[in-house]
Write a protein that binds this ligand. Structure first.
Ligand code: SF4
Ligand code: SF4
Length: 219
């Protein structure tokens, strides 16, 4: 046997001995965890499984079926946690943040001046807008000299954090008590200015009051 063969033999012997050590170590670990499991020490919830053969009554499951039915019937007399939506709706929390509304002042003029602060504050980059100059004769439409000709919110991006409302210096945007309804396509979740603008408080008083809800509007 040459020196290379000797080295190979000694390597193999080393590998064998380390494998044997590993096996012993794993066996010890298994034994230890088995003993812990037996004593219910791993989760404190260990339960011995009953291996006794079933009696005739147990084997037809009658008692267990009756127990299950008892639980089901008991729920008939408990207070129901579900509601018949959309006929019934839940009362939202006072701090609920729902769908955005672009606000008007008491005369029905749009508050937004397209300053872009809401878009800058938005962590989801969900808001885009285009500004335009108010023309003479449009004073009854827009409160400020500059207004948002285009204003869009991507509701798929929005996380309803309310930072846009916080950032707005004109009280032009707020999060209402309604939520974005389901839709079949992505495009349906891009809310344009027409979708967001609150109804006119003078020309369409009823729709305006409905849109405002219980939330106090700052003008
Ligand atoms: S609620 Fe938050 S995420 Fe949604 S548009 Fe406003 S700032 Fe952006
Ligand atoms: S909603 Fe408010 S913050 Fe956003 S562009 Fe209009 S005025 Fe500026």
């Amino acid at each position: 046997m040459n020196s290379e063969q000797n080295d190979e033999v000694s390597d193999t012997t080393d590998d064998d001995s380390s494998n044997a050590d590993d096996k012993i170590y794993i066996c010890e670990n298994l034994k230890f965890s088995a003993s812990l499991r037996k004593r219910g020490m791993l989760t404190q919830r260990a339960k011995e499984v009953d291996r006794k053969p079933m009696t005739f009554l147990e084997s037809i499951y009658l008692w267990n079926i009756m127990k299950g039915m008892g639980i089901t019937i008991s729920h008939l007399f408990k207070r129901k946690v579900t509601i018949q939506y959309p006929e019934q709706t839940r009362t939202f929390s006072k701090v609920f943040r729902g769908l955005h509304v672009l606000n008007r002042d008491a005369e029905g003029r749009e508050n937004c001046t397209a300053c872009g602060l809401c878009a800058v504050a938005c962590p989801a980059e969900a808001i885009t807008m285009e500004a335009a100059e108010r023309l003479p004769g449009e004073e009854n439409l827009y409160r400020e000299e500059k207004y948002a000709a285009k204003y869009e919110i991507n509701m798929l991006r929005c996380i309803f954090c309310g930072l846009c409302e916080e950032a707005c210096p004109k009280d032009a945007i707020y999060l209402s008590e309604t939520f974005a309804p389901a839709n079949y396509g992505r495009k349906g979740f891009i809310y344009k200015k027409e979708d967001l603008l609150i109804p006119h408080p003078i020309n369409d008083k009823e729709a305006y009051e409905k849109a405002v809800g219980d939330k106090p509007v700052k003008n």
